[in-house]
Design a protein around this ligand. Structure first.
Ligand SMILES: [Zn+2]
Length: 139
C-alpha cells in the first residue's frame, strides 16, 4: 500500500527496531511507496512512519530490492558527497564509501535469512543511506 512520507525528525531520529519476518507487510508498503515516487531511489520504513529496520532501493531497471536489518560491516574509499533525501528539504554533505560489505536479512519462504554481500558505487551509496535511516541517523 502506498503510504505518506513522514518528515518528522522526532520519528526519523529514533533507532529502528530489529525487523522480523512479520514485518513483510511493512516492507511491501515501502516498496509500493517507493515505486510511486517519481525521482526516488531508496526508502526506509521509518520514512513511512514504521520504526523497524527495513528499507528498499531501486536498481537501474527500477526493480526493488528489500533489505531487512542492513548493516555496513566495513567500507572502502570514503568520500564526501552531496546527497538528497526524500524526507529532507535540503541536500546534505555526507561521507560515503565507494565499496561496502553489507550484512542484511532477506525474506526467503517466510523466514529471514542472513546474507553478506559486497556492493559498489551508486547501489552502495543508496544502501548506506538506508542503513543510516534504520539507525535513526539524520545525515
Ligand atoms: Zn533519506
Amino acid at each position: 500500500m502506498i503510504k505518506e512520507l513522514v518528515k518528522d525528525e522526532a520519528v526519523l531520529s529514533k533507532r529502528c527496531a530489529i525487523a522480523t519476518a512479520e514485518d513483510a507487510a511493512i516492507a511491501q508498503d515501502v516498496v509500493d511507496t517507493l515505486a510511486s515516487l517519481e525521482d526516488a531511489a531508496c526508502l526506509a520504513a521509518n520514512q513511512i512512519g514504521q520504526a523497524v529496520a527495513v528499507g528498499a532501493y531501486l536498481d537501474d531497471e527500477r526493480k526493488a530490492h528489500v533489505l531487512y536489518n542492513p548493516k555496513v560491516i566495513f567500507g572502502l574509499g570514503a568520500a564526501r558527497v552531496e546527497e538528497g533525501c526524500l524526507t529532507r528539504d535540503e541536500p546534505s554533505k555526507v561521507t560515503r564509501y565507494a565499496k561496502i560489505k553489507l550484512s542484511f536479512d532477506e525474506l526467503v519462504d517466510g523466514e529471514l535469512v542472513r546474507r553478506k554481500r559486497d556492493f559498489v558505487g551508486w547501489e552502495a551509496q543508496m544502501i548506506q543511506h538506508i542503513a543510516d535511516h534504520c539507525a535513526g541517523k539524520l545525515v
